[in-house]
Design a protein around this ligand. Sequence first.
Ligand code: ADP
Length: 696
Amino acid sequence: MDFLTLVSDVCGIICAYTSLKRGIRAVLSLLVDNLSLEGACLFLTRGRVYVWPDDVEFHEYRMALEGGAVEGMEVVPLPKMRGEGRGYLVVRRKRVLSSEEKRLLEVVARQLAQFLRHVRIQKELKAGARLLLDLYSAGRELGSVLDRKELAQKLAEYAREFSGADLVNITLFEGEGKHSSLALFVGKEDGDIIKFYNEGLYRRVVVPLATTKGNWGVLEFYLPREATFSRHQKRVIHILAELAGTFLENITLYDRLKFLLEEREKRIRFLSILYQVGNAYRWTSELRKRFFLALRALTDPQKGLGLPEAYFFIRDEAKGVLKGVMGISWSEVSPWGDQDWTVDEEYIGRIEGSPAFRDLKDVVPSGPPWNKLERGEVVYLCHGSTLPFMNEGMVYVVFPLMAGDNLVGAILVGKEGGFDSEEVHFLTMFSHQLALAVESARLQEVLKVTGRELKEAQERFLHSEKLAALGELAARVAHDLKNPLVAIGGFARRLHEKMAEDCPDKVYTGTILKEVEEAEKILSNVLGYARVPSLRKRFADINSLLDDVLFLHAEEMRDRNIALVKKLDRSLPPVSIDPAQMRQVFMNLVSNALQAIRKKGSIAVSTSKEESNGREYVKVEISDTGGGIPEDVLPNIFNPFFTTKSTGTGLGLSIVKRIVELHGGEIRVVNNPPIGATFVIYLPLGEEGEGSDRSS
Ligand code: ADP
């Protein structure tokens, strides 16, 4: 083979082979065959040796390389290439080599040097590509993490893998460098790290995890004292640190954004609850319903704040204390369901019947923390310090309901873990709104009652005006009718007496006489009402007055099968009264009782002594079993001319009332339908009126 062919073959081998060992051995075998050599060796740095043929005694070749006198050896150094170690081609010739052959050895040595460089670059390129891929997948994995702790964990694992360090530590800075937080160790054998590694024995490498926006943490490697990173490792670690810095910055931004969004959502939710419940308050002025709405706003997890506990208290103005109203306490299922914001009785009934509902009517909270509410302060309660229904493990806060400077009520809310500042802010606004709702409901109630009273007073006034005019007219008519009636009665009596007993017309005169008597009674009633009576008081025995009146009706009662139950206290002292007027009182009441009883029944009359407000009274009760007074009739019975009877004048009870009141007494009616009615008269004892004469 000529030299040119040999060189070109060597070139072919160098280009075709990627394996260092096989390439070199192929070149060496070409040399051995073509230059009639005994063998050839290639010595490289770090003790690497390639030989051809396999059975050569390569230590002889090494001796030759190290300058020893070995027969037939040729040593050709490989030209120095940048970034490469040294290399020597050593051959053992069988014969003397020509100068051309020696020249050829030098050319092959150069080609071998280039081959070495070529293989190394190729290897590096391959490693670079693999690294890029590894970094790419590390980047992808780190980039997909949104939790700082998880990112630190993954970063530590990658850093250890790329660096080969025994120990990696990551410290993260949180927020604006306010808190440093996380120390994370990844060792080759977990658990041994703390025991064996002592920083004093190790070299610490610090890599900041930073971006242009700030420092997000520090990555630290602990290496054995003398060890260091290769250029390649340093590059990788820098890339990793830069990636981690960027991701940490992103996570910080993401966290901040998430926090802001959550805050905004919370605020919108709070405002929406305030708006909805405020709107709902408008549809009812009833305090109870407004409390239900407010309870829902606080405890409904869907439409409201979803607190597990909320209770309301209202101030009892008369006693000057807070009193419980109602509350809700739920744990798994809220009682509210998905009804809209309206509150009808059926819905309220359902909530009141649910196990979550608490009726607090008997709860009267007191003690120093509650007194603070008077000053408009929010009060934090410890469990067990106050109310029996409070649960262990909950944090309780009481918000005062202030209308101006006045405490009108309070809200007690409870939650595990307590309330953050946003919630306290919301609850403060909520209690302002509820305080207004409570106050306006109360005012509306007062307004309604006052309006009703005003209307009634107005009606009463108009009515009494009308009655006064009517009374006057009736009195005049009665007065004018009285004389003709007396004449009719007188003449009729005369005619009647003159008529023979068997005269058939005598029945007519008899009827005239009876009717005239009736008409006279009516007239005297009307005149009696129109005349303001002057009392001729004297001490008299009420019991004997009642005995007289009842005696007058005894026959009728017997006839009509009406029982009389008399329970008169015979030890009563004499009472200062006008006996004639008082007789009329009892007459009217007993007549009414008799008229009320349609078929059979009973009348009970009793007297007794009673004391009220330091004064003594005689109490007279007249009861009947006449069925009682219809509800719509009851308010009018003492009005003059009010009657439900076809022949009534409607003056009986108004005369009774007037006479009793002139005596400084009082009349009350105890209606007990469908059994009957009881009229109760109180007459003061120990008084003597003008013109009285003492008798009993
Ligand atoms: P009068 O008897 O002429 O109707 P009163 O003033 O005595 O007039 O009574 C007014 C009305 O009060 C009666 O029409 C009747 O409706 C009712 N009233 C009075 N007393 C009784 C009674 N004992 N039981 C039921 N209703 C009664």
